[in-house]
Ligand binder design. Structure first.
Ligand SMILES: [Zn+2]
Length: 237
């Protein structure tokens, strides 16, 4: 019986470590996923800025071209003014010149707006790029670190599971099933006693039961919480 109880104590320690590993593992992929989605947001913001910048620059080039054409047209009309012979032709040309000129004023205003916007977009793109580079570096460093941690965790888990299956072979099904049933319900199935009380539920035990527990020759369950009671000398804590 002593061996069964000692095996159950060891089994519980292995199960505790395996439980911790499962909990840790659960959050690792989540962490990577979160970092990746943040990096994706920064990247898509940068792409938006770049595409707005591109559109503005294209529009600016078109406007500059149209303005040059308009200026040439005005010059041509002004030259023609010297050649007209009637007032009607003169008025028609003057009107034409005014129309082109007012169109030019509008375009020049748009040009100013675009130039201001381009300046702002360029500075936004520059700082986004800086941010994105720094972020990608951080992500890669974190990903490597997480991968290392995860590999280490996997190796640990395999080692513990090997130990567990060896240990379980030496415990009879009757006790093993009992242990597993209590563990599922109470998280700790095997508990020591402290000042003649069950550590699991603090129920006081009779001196006779305490004595039997100390002998470790009997399979004793706490009559209050059902946990398996064992004696762990202080130096083995
Ligand atoms: Zn108890």
């Amino acid at each position: 019986m002593k061996n069964v109880l000692k095996s159950l104590i060891n089994l519980q320690e292995i199960d505790r470590q395996l439980f911790e590993i499962e909990e840790k593992k659960g959050s690792l992929p989540e962490q990577v996923e979160k970092l990746e989605s943040q990096a994706a947001i920064v990247k898509s913001e940068l792409e938006d800025t770049r595409s707005s910048l591109d559109e503005n620059q294209k529009e600016l080039i078109t406007i500059k071209g149209t303005l040059m054409d308009a200026a040439e047209k005005v010059k041509k009309y002004q030259d023609q003014l010297y050649l007209v012979t009637t007032n009607r032709e003169y008025d028609a040309l003057t009107n034409e010149i005014e129309t082109v000129k007012s169109g030019m004023v509008e375009m020049e205003e748009r040009q100013l707006v675009l130039e201001t916007e381009i300046e702002e977009l360029e500075s936004t793109a520059a700082s986004s790029e800086e941010q994105s580079t720094a972020f990608i570096e951080q992500l890669e460093a974190n990903r490597d670190e997480l991968k290392e941690k995860s590999d280490l965790t996997d190796a640990n888990q395999i080692e513990l599971e090997t130990q567990r299956s060896k240990l379980v072979k030496n415990i009879s099904q009757r006790y093993l099933r009992k242990y597993e049933r209590i563990l599922k319900a109470r998280r700790r199935a095997v508990v020591a006693i402290d000042r003649s009380a069950c550590i699991g539920c603090h129920k006081q035990l009779s001196p006779q039961v305490v004595y039997e527990i100390q002998q470790m020759d009997t399979f004793i369950e706490c009559e209050n919480c059902g946990r398996i009671l064992v004696y762990i000398p202080k130096d083995e804590d």
